[in-house]
Design a protein around this ligand. Structure first.
Ligand SMILES: C[S@@+](CC[C@H](N)C(=O)[O-])C[C@H]1O[C@@H](n2cnc3c(N)ncnc32)[C@H](O)[C@@H]1O
Ligand code: SF4
Length: 380
């Protein structure tokens, strides 16, 4: 049995960014003792549902987990270590926002067991940071990053590109600057306009436009090329790492491994046959449910083989290394080749969109840019 990953969702931020559709809220007051009790209770609930399993990764995501009190992060890690067996190389990541970083707190997270951080920088341009509704300047973001990397040499940072009015040359310049601060891992996302966000409404009203698709594609290709020169390889659509520093937690998702999702709105995939768990989205409602029932489950269903096939192929093709047939069988119980259309496989390979052997199937660079249509085409 492969080790588990555990995701802990912290749903609060200092301010809500207008592009963001993550489950994040601005709260007037957070009673931290109540939150602590609820997280520990939900951990216990899942621990009792599963055997004492080995855990290879814990990920504090958000929201802004760097706003969590250090003693809460510590209590969560300590409790998890009582109920599960930590892999000796366990990766424990915490997402950070540059506005909530101070050295003393970072040292506290480290002492609690965190060994990797992911910092949300988003842009190094003042005008764009303002447009994105960020609460920090580029200088503040870089100062926070420098502080974080002193304490956590295993760090990553996020930028978003293909922003309104951004040209290819402007992105080249900004990325070059950002690369001076790159560590072993980098996440570079194309800005997407998510339904229900203030950006969605503003974009629909024509208040701004995004670079057209050809420019976005050129930006993507340029990004990949520039990062490769620095030894950061595109191991997934938006993620780059030096070999050996790929985010272990996210690899669990892309390999269709098992993960437990704890906290408001968290998703999980656990057990054989796979159960899909989803926790109540609203922070208050989740809290109440955990206090009353011991968990905040909103739904808990067995996934059908058809759904498993779709999810596992979609996730696996995001990886540059693609899907390994043996690992696929172990993770899903399904034979990879009976999930895929043989004729379409041949046609896509002939067009240079995928490569495959009896052992694996993987998208080429060209294929990775057309991933959703490629996946839909290949699936039976
Ligand atoms: C859940 S956020 C957590 C990071 C942290 N709260 C922060 O903002 O600094 C993870 C990352 O998702 C990316 N992201 C969020 N919304 C996005 C969007 N609409 N388009 C592209 N990337 C997005 C951002 O780069 C962000 O850093
Ligand atoms: S991008 Fe980060 S800081 Fe902004 S609302 Fe989303 S989770 Fe919060």
């Amino acid at each position: 049995m492969l080790p588990l990953a555990i995701y802990i969702h912290w749903p609060f931020c200092k301010a809500k960014c207008p592009y963001c559709d993550f489950n994040s809220h601005v709260a007037e007051q957070i009673v931290s003792e109540r939150w602590k009790a609820a997280y520990l209770k939900e951990i216990k609930y899942f621990a009792e549902r599963m055997d004492k399993r080995k855990v290879s990764s814990i990920f504090f995501g958000g929201g802004t987990p760097s706003l969590m009190p250090v003693n809460l992060v510590k209590a969560i890690i300590d409790t998890l270590s009582e109920y599960f067996i930590f892999d000796e190389n366990i990766e424990i990541t915490l997402e950070m926002n540059p506005t909530s970083i101070e050295a003393q707190k970072l040292e506290g997270f480290k002492a609690a067991g965190v060994n990797r951080v992911s910092v949300g920088i988003q842009s190094l341009r003042a005008k764009d940071l303002k447009f994105l509704g960020r609460q920090h300047s580029a200088e503040e973001a870089l100062a926070a990053l420098k502080m974080a990397r002193e304490i956590f040499p295993n760090y990553s940072f996020d930028l978003m590109y293909a922003r309104p009015e951004q040209t290819l040359d402007a992105w080249r310049e900004e990325l070059e600057e950002a690369l001076e601060y790159a560590g072993p891992h980098f996440s570079l996302y194309q800005l997407t306009i998510e339904k229900g966000t203030p950006f969605y409404a503003a974009h629909s009203r024509g208040e701004f436009t995004l670079p057209d698709e050809d420019v976005a594609t050129e930006m993507y290709e340029l990004t990949e090329k520039m990062l490769k020169q620095k030894g950061l390889l595109a191991y997934e659509v938006s993620n780059y790492a030096k070999p050996g520093f790929e985010c272990r937690h996210n690899l669990t998702y892309w390999h269709y491994g098992e993960y437990v999702g704890i906290g408001p709105g968290a998703h999980g995939r656990i057990g054989f046959p796979r159960q899909a768990t989803m926790m109540i989205h609203g922070p208050e409602a989740w809290l109440k449910s955990v206090e009353e029932k011991g968990h905040g489950l909103q739904s808990d269903v067995v996934i059908t083989p058809q759904e498993i096939k779709e999810e596992a192929v979609m996730m696996g093709l995001r990886l540059a290394s693609g899907i390994d047939a043996v690992r696929f069988k172990t993770a899903t119980g399904l034979d990879l080749w009976s999930c895929l259309d043989q004729q379409k496989l041949k046609a896509c390979a002939a067009e240079g969109l995928i490569e495959y052997t009896p052992d694996y199937v993987r998208p080429t660079e060209k294929g990775r840019m057309l991933l959703s249509s490629l996946t839909a085409l290949l699936l039976l």
